[in-house]
Design a protein around this ligand. Structure first.
Ligand code: RM4
Ligand code: MN
Ligand code: MN
Length: 432
């Protein structure tokens, strides 16, 4: 087997050769089509090339469900190797220059060395994620009955301290945000006092908030259920927004697309959080039923487009305090994680490009004139336009691959990892 380094610029350039003339023809044709709508394709390509999304460190290993996990070959065995894989994703897509870490899964004795390792790979760090939804070996107190909202103040203090540690590690890494998702809640009616649990949450979060450096943000992530199957303390954007507003201006809401009831209108939540100036960021993924953590855009691409449509509206309106962090949060059970993550990053760019080419002035007129059908069609035209040539051209402008999955497969990177990373691994991540 011939190995090549998929991060090598010469390798990517040679992989692009066979696709270049087809791309040029498709790009020109799409440019002519968009010109008829008064849209400059190069302007859209430039914006798409600027789009960034963070890779979740826990997404580069094979995930699992509570029924089992089927590891793939050559999985990263530690956070340094995880970054290697993230570097491949970034070089081939040009869209993922940052990584979001999960502590303690990514804990190391030397965060300075980790930062240097990342920099050498062209990577930086997005939000730090705390984990008080599991017990770790040697941990003095258990989170079985909760963490930041536990009835015992000693458990709450331990969970607060863990979040403070995450901030400390993040400072060394150059991160500027802390994402807090807790599994706290009740499995049965009667198990907990719904109001008091929320009050305990606010008290614990206030202690964490106090330790945030001035240029940091805190992201509050809601999720309707799982592992608490009756009532989760931060179950929806209402509780999340209340908490953010109570805590202060550095606290924001994070929307994980998979954390809502089926059919919930997520783009509407986005619009409301933009209005409240509390949209902190996203965990992008897709789902059919619950927190499925499937690849972005794989099940409901139209919903993803509608979310991006709200983001473009906010961007154009120069909405105050609007600078959402884009992060993926996926679990790959049956695909190669590198391939899934590249695909998802591209799907986000697709939704962004589709939203950018919506003819906004016409849409506005149809809305104001109550021409419902034409308003709906105008919006949908953005979605039904094949923007693939824009995405490929944007990647090329970043030194990326025209066909990232093919370039990755041809490099035999995974096969090389299978040799270089032998042994059975059990990585934390992708569990919930
Ligand atoms: C949760 C939530 C968090 C993620 C964990 C692994 O469901 O999505 O963001 O950190 O899973
Ligand atoms: Mn999430
Ligand atoms: Mn989740």
């Amino acid at each position: 087997m011939n190995f090549a380094d998929p991060r090598d610029a010469n390798y990517i350039a040679s992989a692009n050769k066979s696709h270049a003339s087809a791309l040029a023809a498709d790009y020109t044709a799409l440019g002519v089509q968009l010109q008829r709508r008064g849209i400059s394709i190069d302007e859209i390509t430039r914006k798409v090339a600027e789009f960034r999304v963070a890779i979740p460190s826990w997404g580069v290993g094979t995930g699992g469900t509570r029924f089992g996990r089927f590891p793939g070959p050559g999985e990263p065995r530690n956070v340094f190797e995880k970054l290697e894989d993230c570097g491949v994703i970034h070089k081939l897509t040009g869209a993922t220059p940052t990584v979001s870490l999960h502590i303690p899964w990514d804990r190391t004795d030397d965060f300075t060395a980790l930062r240097e390792h990342a920099a050498a790979l062209g990577l930086g760090f997005d939000a730090m994620n705390s984990n008080t939804f599991q017990d770790q070996p040697g941990q003095p107190l258990s989170y079985k009955y909760g963490s930041l909202t536990h009835t015992d103040p000693a458990v709450r203090a331990q969970a607060v301290q863990h979040n403070l540690d995450c901030i400390t590690f993040g400072k060394t890494l150059g991160s500027r945000a802390l994402t807090v998702w807790i599994g706290d809640g009740a499995n049965f009616p009667g198990q907990s006092h719904l109001g008091r649990a929320f009050e305990r949450y606010l008290e614990s979060m206030a202690a964490i908030y106090k330790a945030l450096p001035n240029d940091w943000r805190m992201f509050i992530e809601h999720k309707m259920y799982e592992p608490a199957f009756y009532a989760t303390v931060i179950q929806d954007w209402g509780s999340s927004l209340m908490a953010a507003q109570t805590l202060g201006p550095k606290a924001f809401c994070l929307v994980d697309l998979g954390h809502h009831a089926p059919n919930v209108n997520i783009e509407m939540i986005v619009a409301r959080l933009v209005h409240a100036q509390r949209l902190g960021g996203f965990h992008f993924n897709d789902s059919k039923y619950g927190d499925d953590d499937l690849d972005a855009g794989s099940i409901e691409p139209f919903r993803l487009f509608l979310v991006f449509n709200e983001l473009v509206e906010a961007e154009l309106a120069k909405a105050p305090n609007f600078s959402p962090a884009h992060m993926l949060d996926q679990s790959h059970n049956v695909t190669d994680p590198i391939e899934s993550l590249m695909t998802s990053a591209i799907e986000l760019q697709r939704a962004y490009a589709q939203a950018l080419i919506v003819e906004r002035a016409r849409l506005h007129e149809y809305r104001m004139g109550n021409d419902v059908l034409m308003a709906a069609q105008t919006l949908k035209r953005g979605f039904t336009t094949d923007v693939a040539p824009i995405l490929a051209q944007a990647r090329v402008s970043r030194g990326g691959a025209i066909d990232p999955v093919a370039a990755y497969r041809d490099s035999a990177y995974r096969q090389r990892c299978a040799q270089a990373r032998p042994g059975k691994q059990s990585l934390g991540g992708g569990i919930v």
